[in-house]
Write a protein that binds this ligand. Structure first.
Ligand code: SAM
Length: 278
């Protein structure tokens, strides 16, 4: 069923969509409710929403959450959101770029924090990477993103979708695919299909590594040169040949393999063995 609110508000204020800000607003009620329900928001929860648009999703979140902080970059949307959501005293609008926000300044030491967003697709990967690497206290991230990016996030080793993004998200989270969404669920229609995922933060990262930065550096270097063997790709670490030979041997990983065949656990083993010898 179509959600008339989005179109009504857009029309009422004569709002002009900005392509460069990734503005595709949701108009499909079933998708809206699937996002809200899968995020499992209760009255104990603080919700952070990135990119509220004209506030269609925000309104549903406000009905359920203790507090909703919405971060919106577009100045034209600020007066619209302020007016349309004025009946909610648990709403706080933050006029900022989500790529520059220090989320700890918003949530402080609060518990039960959930992030929910229909993300602007042009910044999906940097936002996810900031949210996960920033060490923030989120319980879960329920996000609608481009379908291809969702497939990369959930990809298994030895597939063409598997890469640094898969490892980053799988290191920190369990991944639940909620549903696929077609372009007709938005105004204006995007050119690509979308997907809703819930990322549940793990209590401890999926693999226990001695040096997280080194682990991710090895992962990045391995995928930067996807077609090369690990041996060639990891020359960029500029470590002595003997160190690398011993590390591969101790980790029981064949250096002729390509990075895209390694599981998270294998990357973790290799990283720890390299660390032990450096
Ligand atoms: N939540 C609304 C919905 O579901 O209909 C709108 C989603 S729309 C895909 C993305 C929203 O993110 C837009 O409102 C856009 O202005 C906003 N946005 C784009 N870049 C942003 C950024 N860097 N920081 C915060 N908001 C941003």
């Amino acid at each position: 069923m179509e959600n008339l609110l989005t179109k009504d508000i857009v029309e009422k204020y004569g709002f002009r969509f900005s392509k460069s800000l990734g503005q595709n607003f949701l108009i499909d009620n079933s998708v809206l409710m699937d996002i809200v329900n899968s995020a499992n928001v209760t009255e104990e929860d603080t919700v952070i929403e990135i990119g509220p648009g004209v506030g269609t999703l925000t309104r549903e979140l406000l009905k359920k959450a203790k507090k909703v902080y919405a971060i919106e970059l577009d100045s034209d949307l600020i007066p619209i959101l302020t007016e349309e959501l004025k009946e909610f005293d648990n709403f706080e609008l933050i006029h900022k770029d989500a790529l520059k926000v220090n989320f700890n300044e918003i949530i402080g030491g609060e518990k039960n924090v959930k992030l929910v967003a229909n993300l602007p697709y042009y910044v999906t990967t940097p936002i996810i990477s900031r949210l996960l690497n920033g060490g923030y206290n989120f319980d879960s991230l329920t996000i609608m993103i481009q379908k291809e990016v969702g497939e990369r996030i959930a990809a298994e080793p030895d597939t063409k979708e598997y890469g640094s993004l898969s490892i980053l998200v799988q290191y920190y989270c369990d991944i639940e695919v909620i549903r696929k969404v077609s372009p007709g669920s938005f105004v204006p229609r995007p050119k690509v299909d979308s997907i809703v995922l819930r990322l549940d933060k793990l209590k401890n990262p999926r693999v226990d590594v001695k040096d997280k930065d080194l682990f991710f550096k090895i992962v990045r270097n391995s995928f930067n040169m996807r077609r090369k063997t690990l041996w060639n790709a990891l020359k960029s670490l500029k470590l002595p040949k003997e160190t690398m030979e011993t590390a591969f041997s101790n980790a029981e990983i064949d250096p002729k393999r390509r990075g895209e065949t390694l599981s998270l656990a294998e990357f973790g083993r290799l990283s720890d063995c390299i660390l032990d010898l450096s």
